[in-house]
Write a protein that binds this ligand. Structure first.
Ligand SMILES: N[C@@H](CCC(=O)N[C@@H](CS)C(=O)NCC(=O)O)C(=O)O
Length: 253
């Protein structure tokens, strides 16, 4: 559980579950899916990343890295999507999304979190998003003033102004993704879901990664088990409403 003490105190008065989230954000997708799977009511605060709605004093006062998602649960601010989905399942009634082998399931959540900045983010930005989400000089100035996190400063400097991600950044990202998707492919052999017969937070954590990486043109031809697993989500309401409704086709973003 990663709890933040917000400087934007307005959220501390919120009642119930409130989610700050982005339509095209894979991290937000896993939280929306979990809320739907658990049957929870929540208030939506959509943040349009393309319009830089995250780069404001108000939002940095809630999430100090300016990232989505942020969950506010009765005034308490939670960040980090994989921690949020674990928290929601732990805290709220409704169908359990936990595997018998909780430690192994949590390893999948930790792996998804660990590859976000080194692999997922650079792959998505370098292949698709960077040009579409280019900051104006004024937005860049605002971002540089608000952002205190060195890893994110360094990441976003790679597509600021005339800067571009290097071939080596992209190759590094592809190598990490290749290793992780190979692990997922092997795990899914003879299984419906990552942890076996039971649909769990591990599936919810990884399907958004597949969705966006596939939408950026990554080839899954060598991963038939992953393709079969991903196709099964089309029958899940949480996927249709938590992912497809907000982002019908990532390849068109
Ligand atoms: N580790 C964070 C990562 C959150 C993150 O990077 N969110 C992206 C969208 S998926 C975002 O807000 N990007 C805007 C930015 O980097 O400024 C989590 O899992 O919640």
């Amino acid at each position: 559980m990663v709890v933040i003490s917000p400087t934007n105190k307005s959220v501390e008065a919120f009642e119930g579950l409130h989610l700050y989230h982005g339509a095209i954000s894979n991290c937000s997708m896993r939280v929306r899916m979990t809320l739907i799977e658990k049957g929870l009511d929540w208030t939506s605060h959509h943040i349009d990343l393309k319009k830089k709605e995250n780069i404001t004093d108000e939002y940095f006062g809630i999430n100090p890295k300016g990232l989505v998602p942020t969950l506010v649960d009765n005034g308490v601010v939670h960040v980090e999507s994989n921690d949020i989905i674990d928290y929601l399942d732990e805290t709220y009634p409704g169908p359990s999304l936990r595997a018998e082998n909780n430690a192994e399931m949590m390893e999948w959540l930790h792996l998804a979190a660990a590859i976000h900045v080194p692999a997922c983010k650079p792959y998505v930005y370098a292949t698709k998003i960077a040009k579409k989400i280019q900051k104006t000089a004024q937005e860049q100035e605002k971002y540089d003033a608000l952002q205190k996190n060195d890893e994110l400063k360094s990441f976003h400097s790679k597509h600021a102004g005339s800067a571009r991600f290097s071939t080596s950044d992209l190759e590094k990202a592809k190598a990490i993704l290749g290793a992780c998707f190979t692990k997922l492919e092997v795990t899914l052999e003879g299984r419906d879901w990552i942890m076996g017969d039971r649909f769990t937070l591990a599936d919810i954590s990884w399907i958004p990664l597949f969705f966006v990486i596939d939408g950026c043109g990554y080839s899954f031809e060598a991963f038939p088990n992953i393709k079969r697993w991903a196709a099964a989500f089309k029958n899940k309401e949480s996927y249709r409403t938590g992912v497809l409704k907000w982002c019908p086709d990532f390849s068109k973003v």
